[in-house]
Design a protein around this ligand. Structure first.
Ligand code: HEC
Length: 176
């Protein structure tokens, strides 16, 4: 009897610890999750731009209202709450085709990831389900690693967009 009470007590403790330490769960889908309204944000390029670094796809970049002044004026760092969404379209003979993946940079407090200026990285599959999200030291660190080339612009490249950034990479034209 005593053993069972002990087991039960430790189970309850374990559960309480697990609940306290985990972040409140966010909706993991693009359609109903925290970035669902991205198509209503400011669109940074009139026509999709070819992107060799995101699966040779065509991409359109959107910036939310919190991040817009920094993006337009080139005044970095982006404030916490900024979000940048890059929507990709398949490369069909060097023209934008069907829906591709959706990439997100979400600015949190600087302490969230000091190595990555506080950016949180998210990638959704073309059907809007979550592919992955995270920061330095996890499986999504490859996002930050490549974007650190653009550290001078707070990790933002802005290639082919109206964002005001210092050039950090040559343009990536669509070569047939
Ligand atoms: C090999 C380098 C590389 C990797 C890896 C990479 N990116 Fe990018 N990213 C770029 C470049 C270059 C641009 C500028 C536009 C372009 O050429 O596609 C960009 C643009 C973006 C943008 C628009 C803001 C900006 O910087 O212009 C977002 C959002 C983004 N990437 C998210 C991600 C996420 C999320 C991942 C990981 C799943 C990722 N990227 C992985 C190179 C990379």
């Amino acid at each position: 009897m005593l053993t069972w009470r002990l087991v039960l007590a430790s189970l309850v403790t374990a559960l309480a610890v697990a609940t306290a330490s985990s972040q409140p769960a966010r909706d993991p889908t693009l359609k109903t999750g925290p970035f669902k309204d991205y198509r209503q944000w400011a669109r940074m390029n009139a026509t999709p731009v070819f992107s060799a670094t995101h699966g040779n796809a065509f991409v359109v970049t959107y910036v939310n209202p919190t991040g817009l002044p920094a993006a337009r004026a080139g005044k970095f760092p982006f404030p916490p709450g900024s979000a940048i969404v890059k929507e990709a379209f398949e490369n069909q003979g060097c023209r934008p085709g069907g829906q591709g993946a959706v990439f997100v940079m979400e600015k949190r407090e600087p302490g969230y990831d000091p190595d990555g200026n506080g950016w949180h990285w998210v990638r959704y599959n073309p059907d809007g389900t979550l592919w992955g999200e995270g920061k330095s030291g996890g499986p999504m660190d490859f996002c930050r690693a490549c974007h650190s080339v653009a550290r001078v612009n707070d990790f933002v490249f802005g290639n082919g967009t109206s964002m005001k950034v210092a050039p950090t990479m040559p343009p990536t034209p669509c070569v047939k």
